[in-house]
Design a protein around this ligand. Structure first.
Ligand SMILES: C[S@@+](CC[C@H](N)C(=O)[O-])C[C@H]1O[C@@H](n2cnc3c(N)ncnc32)[C@H](O)[C@@H]1O
Length: 332
């Protein structure tokens, strides 16, 4: 762990969701001095994780930066609805797309040293790449050296395929002109068995009302005749994504957790099970002792959504570690 360089560094967790980014930074020794989130449900979960006394600065577009304490770093998984490949492609025209300008204003007003921003991969080619270009130009204009890359969470210690674009920003006066940040190397794959471990009664069978719907789904024009349910049940840890139309199968990995996609099943001990909120948190890198704090306390529907919205703790951890390692090397 790189704790010498990060020891006294403070950050604010913007668009915090449930604080996955925060954990990634804290795991590297940085201290969180507050968060900014407008979703009440996410805030409830955040407080279960980090405590009632945490300060929520609320809507980042309305923050009076003069009232913000000093801090060194910002982390923000800014809203992706307006950029997503599945969204309506309104991009920079959509008001939510303008959040990047709110973040830049805070960077400038606070003379911030570093930032980590995260978004969906679709941001890179939205509007033929123009949106992405504008964002890079604005961050450069704000005085930051910016490095960006699409990383997949499955390469950083969780068995979830999740491609996201990451931006690392360093204030230009802090590093030499030739400074280069290289994103962390891929790590060895891990086993899905260590993540699909919920012990609650999650069997999905004909005792459940929605099982009928599942059987009907298996007979729709996309899936009919293609699969044999009995065969599925012989394959422990087969992961089944019941997408809107066609079904997809995964071996030793889970597809991207998404808001509104709650239809991930898997096979265990010859039975179908539904992926739980607890397991979704583990698949985003939340440690078990933290995930247990909300398991059975926050409704499943919220946990699944919040995990689908979150960053992956491990990926942020790896990016941050690499950043401070590189900065430290430059100083020596
Ligand atoms: C894609 S999610 C990121 C979640 C977070 N990174 C995590 O790991 O859980 C975007 C979050 O930004 C929040 N958000 C949207 N607009 C905001 C604003 N103006 N101020 C603060 N938070 C906002 C949303 O409520 C949502 O939780």
């Amino acid at each position: 762990m790189i704790k010498t360089k990060t020891k006294n560094l403070k950050f604010i967790d913007f668009c915090s969701g449930i604080g996955a980014g925060r954990l990634g930074l804290e795991n590297n020794g940085l201290s969180c001095i507050g968060f900014s989130e407008i979703d009440n449900q996410a805030e409830i979960t955040y407080r279960k994780f980090f405590g009632e006394e945490e300060k929520n600065y609320g809507d980042l577009m309305k923050i009076d930066t003069k009232k913000l304490p000093d801090f060194d770093m910002m982390i923000a998984g800014f809203p992706c609805q307006s950029f997503s490949v599945i969204g309506q492609r309104k991009g920079m025209q959509d008001k939510r797309g303008q959040i990047i300008y709110g973040l830049i204003k805070i960077m400038l007003d606070k003379n911030l040293k570093y930032f980590i921003l995260e978004n969906v991969k679709g941001l890179t080619n939205h509007d033929n790449g123009n949106t992405f270009k504008v964002i890079l130009k604005e961050l450069d204009k704000a005085g930051y050296k910016v490095f960006h890359k699409v990383l997949n969470s499955i390469d950083y210690g969780v068995p979830q395929m999740r491609e996201r674009i990451y931006f690392i920003g360093i204030r230009k006066d802090l590093v030499p002109e030739n400074f280069v940040y290289l994103f962390p190397e891929r790590q060895n794959r891990v086993s899905v068995k260590d993540f699909l471990i919920d012990t609650k009664e999650l069997e999905f069978d004909d005792k459940k009302e929605s099982y009928e719907t599942f059987l009907r789904y298996m007979k729709n024009k996309y899936n009919h005749g293609r699969y044999d349910l009995d065969d599925f049940l012989t394959k422990d840890y087969l992961v089944i994504d019941t997408r809107q139309s066609d079904l997809r199968l995964y071996d030793n990995k889970v597809p991207t957790l998404r808001v509104g996609r709650h239809g991930i099943l898997y096979v265990k001990n010859g039975k179908f099970r539904k992926l739980s909120g607890y397991e979704s948190l583990l698949l985003q890198g939340f440690p078990k002792q933290l995930a247990k704090k909300v398991d059975g306390v926050i409704e499943e529907i919220h946990l699944l959504k919040q995990a689908g919205n979150a960053m992956t703790v491990n990926t942020i951890g790896a990016i941050t570690r690499e950043l401070f390692k590189t900065l430290e090397q430059h100083e020596n």
